[in-house]
Design a protein around this ligand. Structure first.
Ligand code: ATP
Ligand code: MG
Length: 400
């Protein structure tokens, strides 16, 4: 029957004790005990970190001459360390090898303390027999394995709990934000309706002012609902990428014209093309969300009378869209978080927004298999670059 090999590091400064243990090792018939012997704690730490060094006598078919020790037999009184400190120092340096402590006859209390400090077992030197030694070794290794498994499952539970907490936090942020975002426009609608109902003598101008506010608030709530629905569809993986042939020139002209109509002469929107952009294979609805959000951000976060650029280039089967503004910019510390839902930069002040736009843009870019980059400098401006492959297929089947 083939014996199991157990690799042991013996840390013992007394030559006679070491010799005795050696003799006992030779009689362990169930296991083949391979031992390496050192006398100092520093050597023990080094050897543990390096591993058992196979010698010519060890017949091994493994190409690596180093094997991890299964167990350390540790005498606590060494030339470079004494008592419990020896174990503590060893444990601090080496965490994954079980330790059995070697003590003298009158050191029972020390042995108990050693167990409390993480030793797996102890052996009283003068009472060591083959059976005791083998049993201590086997139990120590088994216990360490169980402990490691426990540690692993604890780590898994900890991670799952952290994830759940994060999700709960996101959900409550979401609910708080949504209630807040809806409360504002609802209050505006209610107040405007009250005024319209209870003031018969309002001029036509004032009436139309209040009707406009009601209209704006309703539009705002509809947009908010739309964004929330879109994001929840994408979270539930229910959003589909449906590419079709698209004339990017027409498409971008329509978008910029519609924004220019909305902002009148407050902003100047400039559209540029490079390369052949008349036939691109992209998802029109998703692209509309991408460019719509980037353009609306560029306008929203720029003071009036500034330029907004949409530069489109189609080359090497890639469409690149650059939306550039000369607005308030984004502080560096916020730039990495902007694609998270509800995150807004610290310099937005009273500019309205929910922090959902870029999260949505990111989802649409991902569905295209594309990339998005943002460069920004506070009080100078922002450029967002979106690169979309023009022949992207989900799973890349038929990619030609
Ligand atoms: P909405 O959901 O209505 O789009 P939002 O504009 O606040 O709300 P995002 O579009 O996700 O949300 O943008 C997140 C944040 O990034 C913004 O709140 C703003 O702080 C910053 N940001 C985005 N684009 C720009 C830009 N062009 N200039 C300056 N800040 C920007
Ligand atoms: Mg936005």
């Amino acid at each position: 029957m083939q014996k199991n090999t157990i690799y042991i590091l013996l840390v013992e400064d007394s030559p006679s004790d070491a010799k005795l243990l050696h003799q006992i090792f030779l009689h362990a018939d169930k296991y083949e005990l391979k031992m390496q012997h050192v006398e100092r704690l520093s050597q023990a730490i080094n050897a543990s970190l390096t591993g058992y060094q196979l010698t010519e006598n060890d017949n091994f078919d493994n190409s690596s001459p180093l094997v991890k020790f299964d167990l350390v037999l540790l005498d606590l009184g060494l030339p470079d360390s004494l008592g419990l400190e020896t174990l503590k120092e060893y444990r601090a340096a080496v965490t994954d090898i079980p330790v059995v402590v070697l003590t003298g006859m009158d050191d029972e209390e020390l042995a108990m303390q050693a167990l409390a400090e993480g030793a797996q077992d102890y052996l009283v030197k003068d009472q060591i027999t083959v059976q005791r030694l083998v049993r201590a070794i086997r139990y120590a290794i088994e216990r360490e394995e169980i402990l490691n498994k426990l540690r692993e499952s604890e780590e898994l539970s900890r991670k799952a709990l952290a994830k759940e907490q994060q999700l709960n936090e996101l959900k409550s942020n979401f609910v708080a934000m949504v209630s807040h975002e809806f409360r504002n426009p609802m209050t505006i609608v209610r107040t405007a309706m009250d005024i319209l109902q209870n003031n018969a003598g309002l001029t036509e101008d004032r009436k139309s002012f209040y009707f406009d506010r009601v209209q704006d608030s309703i539009n705002h709530m509809l947009q908010l609902l739309d964004e929330i629905l879109f994001l929840s569809r994408s979270e539930a993986a229910k959003l589909e990428y449906k590419p079709a042939l698209l004339d990017l020139v027409n498409f971008c002209e329509e978008i910029t014209e519609s924004f220019q109509m909305q902002v009148g002469d407050q902003y100047n929107i400039i559209l540029n093309f490079a390369g052949e952009c008349t036939s691109a294979y992209l998802d029109e609805e998703l692209l509309h969300r991408i460019l719509g959000n980037l353009m609306s951000n560029a306008i929203k976060y720029s003071p009036p009378l500034k330029n907004i650029w949409l530069n489109v280039s189609c080359r090497d089967n890639m469409a690149t869209f650059k939306v550039r503004d000369e607005g308030i910019g984004i502080p560096e510390k916020d730039q990495n978080n902007l694609f998270q839902t509800f995150y807004r930069a610290s310099n937005v002040r009273r500019i309205q927004g929910t922090g959902l736009g870029l999260a949505m843009v990111q989802k649409c870019v991902d569905l295209h298999g594309g990339q998005i980059y943002l460069e920004s400098q506070q009080n100078v401006g922002t450029t967002v670059t979106v690169i979309l492959p023009l022949n992207y297929r989900v799973g890349n089947e038929n990619n030609s």
